[in-house]
Write a protein that binds this ligand. Structure first.
Ligand SMILES: [Zn+2]
Ligand SMILES: [Zn+2]
Ligand SMILES: [Zn+2]
Ligand SMILES: [Zn+2]
Ligand SMILES: [Zn+2]
Length: 202
C-alpha cells in the first residue's frame, strides 16, 4: 500500500506501522526515531516533535524543501524557525548516531579567549600569560610570525605577550576553538600552527 508517513512526512510503499484508531501510519524505520540529537550543520540540539504543529512555511535546514507541519519533524528550541525533515536530520552524514535524550546539554566552549578587566585577553593558544592588542600600526619585522597561522604579522593588528615573543594576528586570535562543518558529524577543533580545523575525538 502507498501511504504518507506521519512521523517524517515522506511517502512510503512498504508495510507501514499502523494505528487504526488514530489513523496513524509510519515507516518501520520511523518508529525508532531519536528524540534529541545534534546534527552537523547547526549549533543547537534539535528535538523530534510530532506533529510539527505550527502552521506556516517550514523549510528543512538540510534539503531546503518544504516540511508538512502536520507531520513530525525536528525542531531547534533556540531558533524559532529552524526545522528539519526527520529523514534529513537522521541521515548518516548529518547525525552522529548519538541519542541525547536525558543527556544534560553542555554549552560548547568555542570562545577562543576571555577578556580580562584591563582589556588584555587570556587566549587558549597561549597559557600562563595574557596578551594585549597592539593597534599602533607598527609593522613587525618579517621574522616575527603569528603563533596560529605561522605567517608574518607585518602591519596587521596583533596581540602580543609581554613576557614571551608570542604574537597572534587579531583575526587569528578571534578564530573559534571549535566549528561545526557540514562535512563532518562532529565539531572540528582548531589546530595550530597553520590554522586548520580537524576532527577530534572529544
Ligand atoms: Zn517515515
Ligand atoms: Zn494510536
Ligand atoms: Zn529535508
Ligand atoms: Zn538553533
Ligand atoms: Zn595569524
Amino acid at each position: 500500500i502507498s501511504f504518507l508517513c506521519d512521523a517524517c512526512g515522506a511517502k512510503g510503499d512498504q508495510a507501514p506501522y499502523v494505528c487504526l484508531q488514530c489513523d496513524f501510519m509510519v515507516h518501520r524505520g520511523c518508529t525508532a526515531l531519536p528524540r534529541v540529537i545534534h546534527i552537523n550543520r547547526h549549533d543547537h540540539r534539535v528535538s523530534y516533535t510530532y506533529p510539527l504543529g505550527r502552521p506556516g512555511e517550514w523549510k528543512c535546514g538540510v534539503c531546503w524543501e518544504d516540511i508538512d507541519w502536520s507531520c513530525g519533524a525536528y525542531l531547534c528550541s533556540t531558533c524559532p524557525n529552524y526545522a528539519l525533515h526527520s529523514g534529513c536530520a537522521t541521515r548518516y552524514h548529518v547525525w552522529d548516531r548519538i541519542e541525547l535524550y536525558g543527556v544534560p546539554e553542555e554549552v560548547e566552549d568555542t570562545e577562543p579567549f576571555k577578556v580580562n578587566q584591563d582589556g588584555t585577553i587570556a587566549h587558549f593558544l597561549h597559557h600562563g600569560a595574557d596578551l594585549s592588542l597592539n593597534k599602533d600600526g607598527i609593522a613587525l619585522e618579517k621574522g616575527i610570525l603569528c603563533g596560529a597561522c605561522v605567517r608574518p604579522i607585518g602591519s596587521h593588528t596583533f596581540y602580543s605577550c609581554s613576557y614571551t615573543s608570542f604574537v597572534l594576528h587579531e583575526t587569528c586570535a578571534n578564530l573559534p576553538k571549535k566549528k561545526r562543518h557540514f562535512l563532518s558529524p562532529k565539531p572540528l577543533s582548531l589546530r595550530y600552527p597553520n590554522v586548520s580545523y580537524v576532527r577530534s575525538n572529544i
